[in-house]
Design a protein around this ligand. Structure first.
Ligand SMILES: [Zn+2]
Ligand SMILES: [Zn+2]
Length: 334
């Protein structure tokens, strides 16, 4: 399977946590956590359409200012998501600057922030042209675990305990459309942007009897197919990719059970491992995991692959111990 998104940790494991998730063949990305993100190019930052923040500790949220700085003056809507008190956190950030000229920008940025609070979400809009002063009360909606969804994928969240509510995040593709190159050739079709249209039509559950047109920007010829017929010939449908991101959580029974359910069958689990297991008591006091606990959780959830990050600086130059401990636990419990 050729994945539709390529997640990567933004920093090395001793620096601020964060996952950048660009979409293949699309000028678009998601971000999980916005700590120090200056390692991302402006081009990459401008691809971000949705930012998900696990909690507002500085190492997960200080990059909000940088995001805003790069996006200011653009015709763009940035959607932000976070846990309890997130709207207050966003508003406090916005009120830290002077916006007297912001209504003059030709290209107004709009922020849409959503806060998870128990079984509800609260969403509020902040527009550059209103100098980021919200014009309406937050809109309350029931929350069933799915924070955001589109035909092709969805992002779910679970509230975990880090002495403050902290979101675990998961991105799941609905299904994966594999294109069979040999069949394209046989039908004398060239790959191109039409393939992305074709996949979107499948995700939108368009009527299989509908006409689908294959056309090219640089060629006059076009061909018409019945969508279902074309799919039967050139596409193979396989289960979608699942990426899960768990950070800043205490190892308690409640967290453990929630994480195992939430991360079940992930293709790739990104999970914090702040401490070595010999410092387990300290990890508990700081509401973080040890590398051993991270490896055990990855194995228990049946994650096919896992990556650890968010190492405590006390292990500088000893990262190999953290990797070894997590891998040993993963192998022991798999
Ligand atoms: Zn942290
Ligand atoms: Zn934290």
């Amino acid at each position: 399977m050729r994945p539709s998104f390529h997640p990567r940790l933004i920093n090395d494991p001793f620096n601020d946590p964060g996952l950048f998730i660009p979409f293949v063949f699309q000028n678009r990305a998601l971000i999980f956590d916005t700590g120090y993100i200056n390692g991302l190019s402006a081009k990459d930052i401008l691809k971000i359409s949705h930012a998900f923040v696990t909690h507002a500790h500085m190492d997960h949220f200080i990059g909000f200012d940088h995001l805003l700085r790069i996006m200011l003056g653009r015709e763009k809507t940035l959607s932000l998501f976070g846990p309890t008190d997130f709207l207050k956190n966003v508003e406090a950030k916005l009120s830290g600057y002077t916006w007297n000229l912001a209504d003059k920008y030709n290209y107004p940025l709009c922020l849409q922030a959503t806060e998870v609070q128990g079984d509800f979400t609260y969403c509020r809009e902040y527009r550059c042209r209103d100098r980021f002063k919200p014009q309406q009360d937050p809109v309350k909606k029931p929350f069933d675990g799915v924070l955001y969804s589109e035909p092709a994928f969805r992002v779910s969240a679970v509230t975990l305990d880090h002495r403050v509510p902290c979101l675990g995040l998961s991105l799941k593709e609905r299904f994966h459309v594999n294109i069979i190159k040999e069949e394209l050739k046989r039908l004398d079709l060239e790959p191109g942007p039409w393939l992305s249209e074709f996949k979107q039509a499948l995700y939108r559950r368009t009527d299989p009897a509908a006409v689908f047109e294959v056309n090219y920007a640089d060629r006059p010829d076009k061909k018409e197919f019945e969508l279902g017929n074309l799919a039967g010939q050139i596409a193979r449908i396989t289960p979608g990719q699942k990426i899960t991101y768990i950070t800043d959580v205490v190892y308690s029974d409640a967290n453990r059970n929630k994480i195992l359910n939430f991360a079940r069958d992930s293709d790739h689990l990104f999970i914090e491992a702040a401490f070595l297991d010999k410092n387990r008591d300290l990890a508990g006091k700081k509401y973080h995991l040890t590398a051993r606990q991270a490896g055990e959780l990855a194995a228990g959830a049946g994650a096919r692959r896992f990556s650890i990050f968010h190492f405590s600086p006390r292990y500088t130059d000893q990262e190999s111990l953290l990797f070894k401990e997590a891998n040993d636990a993963y192998n022991d419990f798999s």
